[in-house]
Design a protein around this ligand. Structure first.
Ligand code: NAP
Length: 439
């Protein structure tokens, strides 16, 4: 029997963990790891913040996976129209979608599309040098920015705005660094629609912000004094992370300000409208109370209104997936419907088609969460192996694809260019520049 030939679509964390898990489950399997960009690593390269280099060390494991003679990297091959998923199913025994959730969720409020109002996803892609996001322009000449959301992406955006040119030694995109040198933002307001116990950020990220030199994290003491019902909810439902967040927030509420830049936590506040005529001038917010009668405490509008003057608004309210032609898609959740990683159509599993990572379970969890998730999908694939049709599958033939050794050249070039300037790396910002270097 010929070896099982697998296509993994997307060379981010989910793609690499899935590749490793498929290889581990089946000593004969061959994997083609396909990415739409010449560069591998997905969110590790284009999502993880430039001042979080330690997190990026996970690529050491990905390099070991890519070094296997059973793995072939095909970069700069965008799966969608050509090749389609159907094309891949014709030339592979099994296809796994590890394409993440690339789109930003919207707020659906008036004024959201005014100049100066942005999806955090675009800002993150821009400062991380993602080629698809280099066309965005961010006017950083305002003193106050509002970030909607209380997750780690919101914290990343706030930290980057407040650090500005201090990011120079990192691998932040050169274009973003030049803009950040002139960043006038002195205050970032983080809008959370629910209360302190429902903050989605992790304590490490909050502590990092609090430790930033020249930045005060401003927490209103009233917002960390919990009502009896809120305290009851914490006792019944809060995990270690939430308890640590609360401890930190209480500490911050009593920390005297130093007079530096400010990160203001505005809890129980929902944006109602982005205000402005030609561009963003502020945000109208509703003041909420939190209803604890359900397991998921809900924000409830009290009817009170506030206005926050600001020249920039970022919505960091989560990502959602993008559909692929011919693949069942759950538009509500923004994921490919699946059972243990088997993509599900109206009549049951779509033969030989699988999913892993954020495209499978939604945009939650840290990079390491994808390891167990990938293993689950790889186990489902291994269990289905005996029912595969006995057909010889040749794999995708793309002589123009970027190979792993090409990426290694690109990588070495970026690192060397960065080293000359005392930086981690100098990223190439367009696909054209990458292909020019390789030609
Ligand atoms: P997230 O953790 O799901 O946070 C989204 C935030 O947006 C929540 O505070 C949510 O509040 C809020 N939100 C959603 N809809 C809203 C609305 N209509 N109005 C107001 N607020 C709204 O998502 P994320 O920040 O995009 O992060 C995605 C994943 O990546 C997370 O697992 C995160 O931990 C991870 N990540 C990790 C790091 C790191 O480890 N350093 C960095 C970046 C991202 P509710 O809770 O009220 O819905």
């Amino acid at each position: 029997m010929s070896p099982r030939r697998v296509a993994v679509v997307g060379a981010g964390p989910a793609g690499f963990f899935t590749t490793a898990a498929v290889l581990a489950e089946d000593p004969d399997a061959r994997v083609d790891l396909i990415d739409g960009l010449p560069t591998p690593y997905g969110l590790v390269r284009y999502g993880v913040a430039p001042d979080h280099q330690k997190i990026k060390r996970v690529v050491a494991a990905y390099k070991r996976t890519a070094a296997s003679e059973r793995v072939r990297y095909l970069g700069n091959v965008l799966v969608g129209a050509d090749p389609s998923v159907a094309d891949l199913l014709a030339c592979y025994d099994q296809v796994v979608l590890c394409v993440g959730t690339p789109l930003a969720r919207d707020l659906g409020i008036p004024g959201e599309s005014l100049p100066g109002s942005h999806a955090a996803t675009h800002f993150v892609g821009w400062y991380n040098g993602h080629p698809d996001h280099q066309g965005h322009a961010f006017d950083l000449s305002t003193e106050r920015a509002v970030v909607v959301g209380m997750g780690n992406v919101a914290i990343d955006v706030a930290r980057v705005l407040l650090k500005g040119a201090k990011l120079e030694p990192t691998d932040v995109a050169r274009s973003a660094l030049e803009a950040l040198r002139h960043c006038a933002v002195r205050e970032v307001v983080l809008l959370g629609r629910r209360g302190a116990p429902q903050a989605a950020f992790t304590p490490t990220e909050l502590a990092e912000l609090a430790a930033l030199e020249g930045v005060d994290v401003v927490v209103d003491p009233a917002q960390v004094e919990l009502s009896d019902e809120a305290e009851g909810w914490v006792q019944a439902h809060a995990d270690k992370q939430t308890r640590r967040n609360l401890e930190l927030l209480r500490e911050l509420a009593t920390t005297p300000p130093t007079g530096g830049k400010r990160l203001v936590l505005a809890l129980q506040r929902s944006p109602l409208a982005v205000l402005g005529k030609e561009r963003v001038e502020g945000v109208e917010v509703a003041v909420n109370r939190v209803d604890y009668t359900e397991d998921w405490p809900c924000p409830v509008d009290t009817g009170a209104r506030e206005r926050i003057d600001a020249g920039l608004v970022f919505r960091a309210v989560g990502y959602r997936g993008a559909p692929l032609p011919g693949v069942p898609f759950d538009a509500q959740r923004g994921v490919f419907p699946n059972e243990q990683g088997r993509v599900m159509g109206a009549d049951g599993p779509v033969p030989r088609l699988y999913v892993a990572g954020w495209a499978k379970r939604g945009p939650q969890g840290v990079i390491g969460t994808n390891r167990a998730d990938a293993k689950e999908t790889a186990l489902a694939m291994a269990a289905d192996r005996d029912s595969l049709p006995a057909v010889e599958r040749p794999g995708l033939q793309r002589p123009d694809a970027v190979e792993w050794k090409d990426w290694e050249r690109l990588d070495a070039h970026e690192v060397a260019e960065g080293a000359e300037r005392g930086r981690v790396r100098e990223k190439l910002l367009t696909v054209e520049a990458m292909l020019d270097l390789l030609s």
